[in-house]
Design a protein around this ligand. Structure first.
Ligand SMILES: *[C@@H]1O[C@H](CO)[C@@H](O)[C@H](O)[C@H]1NC(C)=O
Ligand SMILES: *[C@@H]1O[C@H](CO)[C@@H](O)[C@H](O)[C@H]1NC(C)=O
Ligand SMILES: *[C@@H]1O[C@H](CO)[C@@H](O)[C@H](O)[C@H]1NC(C)=O
Ligand SMILES: *[C@@H]1O[C@H](CO)[C@@H](O)[C@H](O)[C@H]1NC(C)=O
Length: 452
């Protein structure tokens, strides 16, 4: 079932080095060459079928040798991410496998993140035992291609859910990014804060294949969860917050699974890519010589998926929508000006560098840095506590000193580090995803009809 059953990785030469000579010391003695060899093998797709994500992480750590000690302040973490992603220089961003390695070198792997934080057993579980509710699937919507039992099992309700439900706090569904489970994406930032401050009642999706499958299928998980959570909480409205690919999955669900748009009070989009990204090489090094995961092909700016999504009103807000993005995003570009991928017509569109120019909250934030950027959280709260989408001026009146903050108040240094570890998980899950392909999945029939 899991992503790492049919794995690809690393040349046989490296594997024999690793297993025959085995000890870290052997590898350390030539660590620079070894790391570049290992990286080159991964990027070139020289693969064998036996590597799990954990084995890959271990092999990389062995090849790297001694990593620095983890950054211990927010400033250092943000600076490390800016350095590692080349965001400070005008050079093009590294691909995400190199970026992950740069972060590992800088010590962004406290206590073996992939084993501890990205573990699939707890809050990242895709096999949750949720009660069966009747009539979650609506006749007016297109037919779901995913099995209902699997759709239902992808929803994770943290223990706060029942407590907050009984106090009538509206539910919020949290949708993860490509290649990262929902728990790792959200639990240490927005979910924690929403629950603590009783702003919203969080739960999240852990989408099978880590959302690397056809994005149209991942959108079904969003559509299903909107109707399920509404019913589960007494048929009220829900809100949705999504990060990265989760934003296009949500917009697709709202556009084509029309039952959902009547019951979503707010859609909050963090680091969205409604126009896809021009940085395909960053996500899929060596494409089109080597194949790529389906949902990444769909997020290339020239994809048919993006073209179809944007047609007939898909480029405008469908429910009250608040977007928040950073011009220095190393994954999604362009991310400023009228062509920003994060922008939706008629929505509240928020470029952090415009809101707090040359001040801490508006400096260099990465794609994942938007999980802890204080403007994102404050705008989400503004949207959720007022009718309609956020209003940036109202938010600034309520938070007059917000531009001076680096991270959302209440997040610990560890929380900020965890947001950065998503890049490491991203790289490992991309490397091990199978089957990769050369062409994006075909558009579903329901999206090709004129009615949409
Ligand atoms: C980032 O790079 C600058 C300049 O190369 C360096 O001075 C600084 O220490 C680096 N920061 C971190 C956290 O690695
Ligand atoms: C949440 O609250 C609603 C209405 O107050 C109730 O109908 C529903 O059963 C509750 N759901 C859960 C999961 O506790
Ligand atoms: C529920 O959401 C819809 C769509 O955004 C909105 O029109 C409606 O006013 C909301 N209802 C409530 C009670 O908030
Ligand atoms: C967007 O807003 C403009 C006015 O600002 C309005 O004319 C237009 O109808 C709106 N479009 C949608 C799709 O709501």
């Amino acid at each position: 079932m899991m992503h790492n059953m049919d794995l690809k990785f690393i040349s046989l030469a490296f594997i024999s080095l690793f297993y025959v000579y085995g000890s870290p010391i052997e590898l350390h003695s030539n660590s620079i060459n070894t790391l570049s060899t290992v990286l080159n093998d991964i990027i070139q797709g020289n693969v064998a079928n036996i590597q799990t994500a954990d084995q890959i992480l271990n092999a990389l750590l062995l090849a790297i040798g001694n990593t620095l000690s983890p950054p211990s302040t927010r400033e250092q973490i943000i600076d490390a991410a800016a350095n590692a992603s080349n965001a400070k220089t005008n050079s093009s961003p590294p691909n995400l496998i190199e970026y992950a390695v740069n972060l590992l070198i800088l010590g962004i792997d406290p206590n073996n993140v992939h084993t501890n934080i990205a573990s699939l057993t707890t809050f990242n579980s895709m096999t949750n035992n949720n009660p069966h509710l009747l009539n979650v699937i609506k006749a007016e919507d297109p037919q779901f291609s995913a099995d209902e039992n699997i759709l239902r099992a992808a929803m994770y309700f943290p223990t706060t859910f029942n407590i907050l439900n009984s106090s009538d706090i509206p539910a919020i569904i949290m949708i993860p990014a490509t290649a990262i489970p929902g728990g790792q994406s959200w639990a240490s930032n927005y979910a924690k804060k929403f629950a603590e401050e009783k702003i919203a009642n969080p739960m999240w999706l852990n989408i099978p294949s880590f959302t690397l499958q056809d994005a149209q299928i991942s959108a079904e998980y969003v559509a299903y969860a909107i109707n399920y959570v509404s019913q589960y909480t007494g048929n009220g409205n829900v809100s949705v917050i999504a990060w990265s690919q989760g934003t296009v999955n949500t917009q697709w669900a709202l556009k084509y699974f029309r039952s959902t748009r009547k019951i979503v009070s707010d859609f909050i989009a963090i680091s969205p890519d409604f126009r896809g990204t021009v940085l395909a090489e960053v996500l899929c090094p060596k494409f089109p010589r080597l194949p790529c995961a389906p949902s990444i092909l769909q997020q290339i700016d020239s994809s048919t998926f993006i073209k179809v999504l944007r047609q007939n009103g898909g480029d405008s807000e469908i429910v009250p929508t608040t977007t928040v993005y950073s011009a220095t995003d190393e994954v999604v570009q362009p991310q400023s000006g009228p062509q920003a991928s994060g922008l939706l017509l008629n929505a509240s569109n928020n470029l952090i560098q415009d809101i707090c120019p040359l001040q801490p909250a508006g400096l260099i934030y990465t794609h994942e840095g938007m999980l802890y950027n204080p403007l994102g959280y404050a705008l989400a709260v503004d949207a959720l506590t007022h009718e309609g989408h956020a209003d940036v001026n109202r938010m600034l009146r309520q938070n007059p000193a917000i531009c001076l903050l680096l991270t959302t108040p209440g997040l610990t240094v560890e929380d900020v580090l965890i947001a950065e570890t998503t890049i490491i998980t991203f790289a490992l899950n991309i490397i091990t995803y199978s089957p990769k392909q050369f062409n994006e999945p075909s558009i579903k029939k329901y999206a090709l009809s004129n009615a949409n």
